[in-house]
Design a protein. Structure first.
Lengths: 241, 463
């Protein structure tokens, strides 16, 4: 069995250590004996948008985000939408999460259109949310570090990924963090997210493998190091939010 | 003559300093904070009396080493630098350095100010001191929780530099497009340094690069040669901007495990004998070039400056070595992916399988977001590691990073107590071997305090 990972705009959307999410997906697949290939998808027309099982989309600087927004506004955006319709999974963080939503509304400029793959909308905020972020969800806690000024609000079709315990999450108002819609996830968790939240990594792996291989049972891994890192980071988040 | 407020600020700061020293504590920042609270213009009041003016050294990596090299060069020329050599580099650290070398009547006992400045503080500090020279070593992503995005930071620095008078000279890294771009909106003397040895670096852009776009027109940059991240021989096909001509360059570099030999070239270098940089790593070649270019900008003699380099001793945690129980500890401060990658590059060039003691903290001075370790190239380091002891307040994140980079569990050990971690790391290394200590700022302070307790190193502020 094999896994195909796409890394979206690794040259432009790569500033908060989010690359660790790709490393986590790849390693956790390899440790289970799967063959893994990772391909970059950047500016310029993609010819193989039907190839990936799972796409990773990280955070970037404003400049990078402008360029990426323009690129996704053309054919590549439509290709990504089609890929999701045909069963691919997406994991997105911060800037990538915002671009998957309907639009980003700056303070004093016209709205910037997003892809609308996630039923969320983001507005510019004045104060930047910077700090440890801990959220609860029915399937486990989520731990990471947020660093964003955008405020994201969920529509009816997107469900919150978690409920904020420490930090601000989507908007600092409604206690939600992240969004899930089908096999698409967006969140504000840097850290990197997936190494310290292995249950979420494994969910994405199962979704990704399901695209071409049907229902796959993932063998459990020895996650004691992951668990130890979660516990330490959670204690830090509670002591120093 | 300083005004009454400056005199008062000076007295208040000096009393704070005396109080801290009597109680045996370091005085690298708090006295400065006190003086600045009394008189916000304290720095300019004192530094304007310095006959040779003020030099500000900034950038993400290498500023402490570059400033110390330059300080040695000015001393050989007979000058007396006032220098925040402890690396306390916010404006309070600058004020504290001025206090330490000022009389009670607020007159500086020195003739040149040599200030290492935190890059986020640089725009504010240059407005206060009107420097004669501003040196920028490089700009990389660093502590995203504090500096935020690099493009925005570079723009702020460029704005501040654009507002400085024409008699301020810039000394910039030609090989870093973000740094070279700082001079785009200035019409004043700029001296560039860089590496012109075609054998240095590769042709393939590296995974993590902070400036893939032209600083002028934002088109993708083309690289003939990549040294580290976005540092290299760059040009823009779209608008024609390219790496500026180097005034001081290394035309040949031979890297060794204890230091490097380089041949200098360029219009204001002009000596063709080998220069020895007595600390290893290509990044220290860049630091030496920055210091030499600054020395030339101050009209110091090149032969003296090269002589000062030869006897250079590294600063706190900058490849400083400490003898401990028959082993050598090599202290390497790491705080961002570029610095980490440069350090491990130097480490792996020695060809030895390193014994590591690695420590990760997440306090303000370390960067509260530990995500950066996932951008650092642990995948290159892991296969060579003989044994690693991991400690610090975020030891588990660091251990997890090593695990995902492929380091076998039996080579990895987490020891939370810093004293026990040092013992364990030393115990695992054979007699006479080197233990490489990779640590973030406050983690290094903690480890160094332990070493000071055993008498292996002097306390930090006496350095």
């Amino acid at each position: 069995m094999d896994l195909r990972i796409a890394h979206l705009y690794p040259d432009l959307m790569n500033i908060y250590g989010d690359r660790g999410n790709v490393i986590a997906l790849a390693q956790r697949a390899k440790w289970r004996g799967l063959a893994v290939e990772i391909r970059p998808y950047s500016v310029g027309e993609w010819t193989d948008a039907d190839w990936p099982d799972v796409w990773f989309f990280g955070g970037g600087q404003d400049q990078g985000q402008d360029i990426v927004g323009a690129d996704l506004g053309a054919k590549n955006g439509a290709a990504l939408r089609r890929a999701v319709e045909q069963g691919a999974a997406i994991f997105s963080v911060c800037g990538g999460y915002q671009l998957l939503g309907h639009e980003y509304v700056p303070e004093d400029a016209p709205p910037i259109a997003g892809l609308g793959i996630l039923d969320v909308t983001t507005r510019a905020g004045k104060r930047r949310f910077v700090g440890n972020l801990l959220a609860d969800s029915p399937d486990g806690q989520l731990i990471g570090f947020e660093n964003h000024s955008g405020r994201t609000y969920l529509g009816d079709r997107a469900k919150p990924l978690g409920t904020v315990l420490v930090g601000n999450g989507n908007n600092g108002e409604d206690k939600t963090e992240g969004a899930v819609q089908g096999k698409v996830i967006g969140c504000y968790l840097h850290g990197s997210c997936l190494p310290k939240n292995p249950w979420l990594a494994d969910r994405l792996l199962a979704w990704a493998l399901g695209r071409r291989h049907g229902d796959v049972r993932l063998e459990p891994l020895d996650d004691r190091s992951e668990q130890a890192a979660r516990e330490q980071a959670t204690a830090v988040a509670r002591a120093r939010p | 003559m300083p005004d009454a407020l400056a005199l008062l600020a000076n007295a208040a700061g000096k009393l704070t300093r005396e109080g801290l020293r009597v109680t045996g504590r370091g005085a690298t920042a708090l006295p400065g904070l006190v003086a600045l609270t009394v008189d916000p213009d304290f720095i300019s009041a004192l530094s304007s009396a310095l006959p040779h003016g003020v030099v500000c050294v900034s950038g993400t990596n290498g500023k402490t080493t570059t400033a110390r090299m330059l300080a040695d060069m000015t001393r050989i020329a007979g000058w007396q630098p006032i220098h925040n050599r402890s690396g306390s580099n916010l404006d309070r650290g600058v004020a504290a350095a001025l206090l330490a070398d000022a009389s009670w009547s607020a007159e500086p006992r020195g003739d040149i100010g040599l200030f290492e400045i935190d890059e986020a503080s640089l725009p504010r500090v240059v407005q206060r001191v009107r420097p004669r020279l501003v040196v920028v070593t490089n700009l990389f992503r660093d502590q995203m929780d504090r500096y935020f995005e690099l493009d925005a930071l570079a723009k702020k620095i460029a704005d501040a530099l654009a507002s400085l008078p024409a008699d301020t000279t810039l000394v910039l890294n030609a090989d870093d497009p973000l740094v070279a771009g700082l001079a785009l909106r200035r019409d004043a003397r700029t001296i560039y340094f860089g590496v012109d040895d075609d054998a240095v670096g590769g042709t393939v852009p590296q995974a993590i690069s902070d400036a893939t776009r032209c600083p002028r027109c934002r088109s993708p940059l083309r690289y003939e040669r990549v040294v580290l991240a976005h540092i290299g021989a760059w040009s823009c096909d779209s608008c024609g901007l390219a790496r500026p001509a180097r005034d001081v360059a290394a035309t040949k570099i031979v890297l060794g495990s204890t230091g490097s030999e380089l041949v200098l070239g360029g219009p204001i270098a002009g000596v063709f004998e080998a220069v020895r940089v007595p600390i290893p790593g290509l990044y220290n070649v860049y630091n030496a070039l920055a210091a030499l270019a600054a020395a030339r900008a101050l009209d110091l003699g090149l032969t003296d400056a090269i002589g000062a380099l030869t006897s250079f001793r590294p600063a706190f945690g900058r490849l400083e070595t400490v003898d401990f129980k028959g082993r050598t500890l090599r202290l390497v401060l790491v705080k961002n992916p570029a610095g980490f990658n440069a350090a491990i590059g130097a480490l792996l060039e020695t060809g030895r399988r390193p014994h590591l003691l690695a420590a990760l903290n997440d306090r303000d001075a370390d960067g509260r977001d530990v995500s950066w370790i996932w951008d650092a190239d642990f995948e290159t380091l892991a296969p060579s590691v003989e044994h690693a002891v991991i400690t610090g307040e975020r030891s588990r994140d660091l251990a997890l990073r090593f695990k995902y980079a492929g380091l076998a569990t039996e080579r990895l050990e987490v020891v939370d107590d810093p004293s026990a971690a040092i013992e364990r790391a030393v115990g695992d290394a054979p007699e006479g071997a080197e233990v490489v200590v990779l640590a973030t700022y406050t983690a290094m302070l903690g480890l160094r305090a332990e070493l000071a307790r055993t008498g292996a190193v002097a306390p930090f502020w006496e350095d």
